[in-house]
Design a protein around this ligand. Structure first.
Ligand code: CA
Length: 248
């Protein structure tokens, strides 16, 4: 039975979510604030399979909760609930490390479908992790990793390997990177990223995208201040280069 932590300060909404999720066969725990949620998660790592996280919370808001969690290396699949659904909020949520989002008011059926999606991905990840642990070391596993320089990224397991380091990236980080990789060598506009990756059509503050790129650079660039793979195209957006020319 999958266990879900619901972080929501509006009691009637929290209770409604619990009632409906339990009816779907999930085990549900409620946390009424970001602080309580972080305490629960710190007390029992691995005791939840997914989290539904409200953004507007008293004290620490949802953005703070998710970024603290990710910084602590905890990759609990998380769906954020945002009351306003402004593109800025959505992007901020993804930049903080959320895996999915839903705007309030939401349809219960959609929330449950999204939850199932997150849990499926988690099961898939666990299975692939076990398989890779069980595989003999001498026999490298066949993976769908995209290799560039001394790095590789696996878009299924969401693992980014930078030499001997293995980083877990979020689904949205993987989506952005995958989009750039697909357009390898070509400039990609911020508008295209917004529309094709985030599915946002409104005019929005593109700084959120730039912040996202800064994060990706920290992962993949030897010197994030002098990027060689993830280049800025002035006035347009970005360009991914898999094999940069050797430095002079
Ligand atoms: Ca709230």
């Amino acid at each position: 039975m999958s266990r879900i932590l619901v972080v929501e300060d509006e009691l009637h909404l929290a209770e409604g979510l619990r009632f409906n999720l339990e009816a779907e066969g999930y085990q549900v725990e409620l946390a009424e604030s970001g602080e309580v949620a972080l305490e629960r998660l710190a007390a029992g790592p691995g005791s939840f399979d997914a989290m539904i996280l409200d953004i507007m919370l008293p004290g620490k808001d949802g953005f703070a909760v998710i970024s603290e969690l990710r910084q602590a290396g905890e990759f609990l699949p998380t769906l954020i609930l945002t009351a306003r659904g402004h593109p800025e909020d959505v992007l901020k949520g993804f930049a903080a490390g959320a895996d999915d989002y839903l705007t309030k008011p939401f349809e219960l059926a959609i929330l449950i479908a999204r939850m199932r999606g997150l849990l499926r991905r988690r099961r898939w990840l666990e299975a692939s992790l076990e398989a890779s642990l069980a595989a003999p070391r001498a026999e490298p596993q066949k993976t769908d990793a995209f290799v560039f320089g001394d790095k590789s990224v696996n878009f299924d397991s969401l693992e980014l390997r930078v030499r001997e380091r293995v980083l877990q990236i979020t689904l949205m980080e993987a989506k952005v990177l995958s989009y750039l990789v697909h357009h390898e060598g070509k400039p990609v506009s911020r508008k295209a990223l917004l529309e094709d990756v985030w599915d946002l059509r409104e005019d929005t503050d593109t700084r959120a995208i730039d912040n996202f790129i800064v994060r990706l650079r920290r992962y993949i660039e030897d010197d994030p201040g002098k990027p060689r793979h993830l280049l800025t195209v002035r006035g347009v957006g970005y360009r991914f280069v898999a094999s940069p020319a050797p430095e002079r």
